[in-house]
Design a protein around this ligand. Structure first.
Ligand code: ATP
Ligand code: MG
Length: 364
């Protein structure tokens, strides 16, 4: 899969940009605050329908303008797609593929699938479980759009249940209505848990050869799925147990006004040589693990989608040592990659690959 070209109008600090890309390595080189990450962000939006830096679309529009536009031609095998994103101040953005408007961003994966590597990835290890759940959700959604559809529905039902729990404290007879939500939560929740379980098992298989290579065979990795719902032998048994747990916890839930049981409390434990890397890992170990995790997602997408995703590397390359840069570059031989670097970094690691270097200066 690759992006052939990108057109930007009034997007961040780009007034008018038209650029053709290399099928392999594309390097955005420039000093700080010139527009390198803005380009990565525009590509990311074409793939995920939203930015990784902000939830406020109006921030994407140039300070002096009312509208912005992103257009990208992508190619998957011999199938070409034209993705367009139109942003207007105070209106929801509109996304089209081949001129037809998308009702749901999940269809975007027919146009562009990408994996982003950025310094914030480290937070996935250092911070709370929310970022790890977001990582699971974003990765699985790219391959299985129905997963994100179920997740949106789950979160809606969860919110309704939580609202009702609070009302039940005053109007006790409403407690009977909770059953309806519990049935929906256990059904949707079970299908999500099964997908998370499958994904983590797959990742465990893919990550070890990658991580061993990156650490000269010194470290083994295990990713462990932690959930307060037991994963039993089949779907029906999980659903039944899920429902039972929701019911047995009901009084506590009413007291606190929130649902304790469910996948919204899941976590992903990351072990290096059997030790929790969040607690015991050095900074370097944590960084390397993040790299291995992201590379295994790239392989996961290749396995299930049939083609490699486009890889977006923002501010990551310059922070790696020469060996890791070489390893990374070798992993990127057969895919399209976008890399931001400041002008000081040396590009020895990608010398053998087909590459284009774009010098970025003040949105040009
Ligand atoms: P660094 O090396 O520091 O990461 P960068 O080249 O990645 O820099 P970007 O994050 O792409 O820099 O941002 C470049 C510039 O875009 C910044 O100076 C910022 O002020 C500007 N910018 C951000 N949003 C807008 C906007 N809506 N309108 C105009 N300019 C903007
Ligand atoms: Mg940047």
């Amino acid at each position: 899969m690759n992006v052939k070209n990108l057109r930007l109008i009034n997007f961040r600090n780009y007034y008018n940009l038209n650029v053709e890309f290399n099928d392999n390595i594309n390097i955005f080189m420039g000093k700080n605050a010139q527009g390198k990450t803005n380009l990565i962000e525009a590509l990311y939006i074409c793939s995920y329908g939203k930015s990784f830096r902000t939830t406020k679309d109006r921030e994407l529009i140039n300070f002096n303008k009312e509208q912005a536009y992103i257009g990208a031609n992508t190619k998957l095998n011999n199938l070409e797609k034209f993705i367009e994103v139109k942003m207007e101040r105070d209106k929801p953005k509109r996304i089209r593929i081949n001129k037809s408007e998308l009702k749901n961003y999940k269809e975007l994966n027919t146009g562009l699938v990408s994996v982003l590597f950025c310094p914030d990835d480290l937070k996935m290890i250092k911070e709370g479980p929310l970022l790890r759940r977001n990582f699971l959700d974003a990765s699985i959604s790219q391959i299985k759009p129905v997963y994100s559809y179920n997740l949106i529905r789950y979160n809606k039902v969860l919110m309704q249940r939580n609202n009702l729990l609070k009302t039940c404290r005053i109007k006790k007879d409403l407690v009977n209505l909770i059953d309806v939500f519990d049935i929906q939560l256990s059904k949707l929740g079970t299908s999500i848990i099964i997908e998370r379980d499958k994904f983590i098992n797959e990742l465990n298989i893919l990550i070890n050869p990658i991580h061993k290579n990156l650490t000269c065979d010194k470290e083994s990795v295990e990713l462990k799925y932690f959930s307060n719902i037991p994963r039993l032998i089949d779907k029906e048994s999980i659903e039944k147990e899920y429902l039972k747990l929701l019911k047995s916890n009901l009084n506590r839930d009413i007291e606190y006004g929130t649902t304790e049981i469910g996948l919204h409390r899941d976590d992903l434990l990351m072990l290096i040589n059997n030790k929790d890397v969040k607690i015991y890992g050095s900074q370097g170990q944590q960084r390397t693990l993040v790299l291995s995790i992201k590379l295994s997602v790239v392989e996961y997408i290749k396995k299930y989608f049939g083609v490699y995703p486009v890889v977006l590397l923002d501010d990551v390359f310059s922070e790696l040592d020469e060996d890791r840069r070489k390893f990374l570059s070798n992993s990127f031989k057969n895919m399209q990659v976008f890399i931001t670097v400041t002008d000081a970094v040396d590009l020895n690691a990608v010398n053998d690959l087909s590459k284009s270097v774009f010098i970025i200066e003040d949105g040009k």
